[in-house]
Design a protein around this ligand. Structure first.
Ligand code: BV8
Length: 231
C-alpha cells in the first residue's frame, strides 16, 4: 500500500465465505458447535490426537476446493483492482476465495494462516501444499513426521500483526465484513482504527460483539450488501 493513498482496511471473517458453502464457526450449526475448538484448533489438541486434528483439516481442505468465490469476494476484488494499493484485506479466513475472486495476493493478509499451506510443527518449514495431511508424511525440510496445516491455532500468535497495525493506524476507513467480533486480536482492530481517527463500517448478517464501535452498519447477507457498498 503506498504511503499517500487514502487507505481502507477491510477485515473479513467466516460470514463472507458462508454463501460459498464454507461453514462459519459460531452460528447455529457452526463448526465450533460440532467439535470443541480445544480439541482441533489448539497446539494441545494436536499434541493429544494429531490424527483427529489432521482429519478435521483434511475435510475442510476438501470443502475449500469445492467452494467458489461469491459476489462479495468478487466485489472486493473489483474494488482492489480499480484502486491498486488503496484497499488492504485482512482476513481471518483460511480459505483462498479472495485470491480466486481476483484479489491481488499482496493485498490479502491471512492473519490466521491458510488451509492450502502446510507447516512442520518441528522445524517451522512452511510450504504450499493441499495434499491430504497424515502423520506418516515427513517434513520435506527436516524429515520429522510433524506436519500440520499452516493455520494459527488458539494460543498461537497470528501472522502479519506488525503490518496490520501499521495499516490500521494510517487508514481512513475500517470495514468489518462477516465476523462475530469474538476472536482477538482481530476483534480489537476496530477500536485501534477508531483511535487513529478512521471511520468504521460493519457489514454483517447481524450486529457483532463490537457493533457499538462502528459509526455505521448495514445488516444482511454479504453477497447482497457488499457489492452494493463497493458499487
Ligand atoms: C493470540 C484458524 C496471543 C484456525 C482461528 C484478548 C487479546 C488477545 C488474545 C485473546 C484475548 N482474549 C482471548 C484471547 C485468546 C484467543 C481468543 O480470542 N479466544 C476467543 C475464543 C475468546 N485468541 C487467540 O488465541 C489468538 N492468538 O491471542 O495470541 C497474542 C496476540 C496478539 C499479539 C501477541 C500474542 C489466535 C486466534 C486465532 C485462532 N484461529 N482460525 C481455523 O480456522 O481452523 S480463529 C476462528 O475464529 C476462525 O478461524 C475465524 O477465523 C475466527 C473468527 O470467527 P469469525 O470469522 O468471526 O466467524 P464466526 O462464526 O465467529 O462469525 C461469523 C459471522 O458472520 C457472524 O457474525 C454471522 O452473523 C456472520 N454471517 C454469517 N453468515 C453471513 C454472515 N455475514 C454476512 N453474510 C452472511 N451470509
Amino acid at each position: 500500500m503506498t504511503q499517500d493513498e487514502p487507505s481502507i482496511v477491510i477485515l473479513t471473517g467466516a460470514g463472507l465465505s458462508a454463501e460459498s458453502g464454507l461453514g462459519t464457526f459460531r452460528d447455529a450449526g457452526g463448526l465450533w458447535t460440532q467439535v470443541r475448538l480445544e480439541d482441533v484448533a489448539t497446539p494441545e489438541g494436536f499434541a493429544r490426537d494429531p490424527e483427529r486434528v489432521l482429519a478435521f483439516y483434511n475435510a475442510r481442505r476438501e470443502n475449500c476446493r469445492a467452494a467458489q468465490p461469491n459476489p462479495a469476494h468478487r466485489a472486493l476484488a473489483r474494488l482492489q483492482r480499480a484502486r491498486p494499493g488503496a484497499a488492504l484485506i485482512v482476513t481471518q479466513n483460511v480459505d483462498d476465495l479472495h485470491e480466486r475472486a481476483g484479489s491481488p495476493p499482496a493485498e490479502v493478509l491471512h492473519m490466521h494462516g491458510r488451509l492450502d499451506r502446510t507447516l512442520c510443527n518441528f522445524c517451522r518449514h512452511a510450504f504450499d501444499d493441499d495434499a491430504p495431511l497424515s502423520t506418516a508424511r515427513g517434513c520435506p525440510a527436516c524429515g520429522v513426521q510433524a506436519l500440520r496445516p499452516d493455520v494459527v491455532w488458539f494460543g498461537e500468535v497470528p501472522y502479519h500483526l506488525e503490518r496490520i497495525f501499521a495499516a490500521l493506524e494510517r487508514c481512513d476507513l475500517f470495514v468489518s465484513i462477516g465476523t462475530s467480533g469474538e476472536v482477538h486480536p482481530a476483534a480489537g482492530f476496530v477500536a485501534h482504527a477508531r483511535a487513529a481517527g478512521a471511520r468504521t463500517l460493519e457489514l454483517n448478517l447481524e450486529p457483532s460483539a463490537g457493533a457499538r464501535l462502528f459509526d455505521k452498519a448495514v445488516h444482511g447477507p454479504a453477497s447482497r450488501i457488499v457489492p452494493k457498498w463497493v458499487a
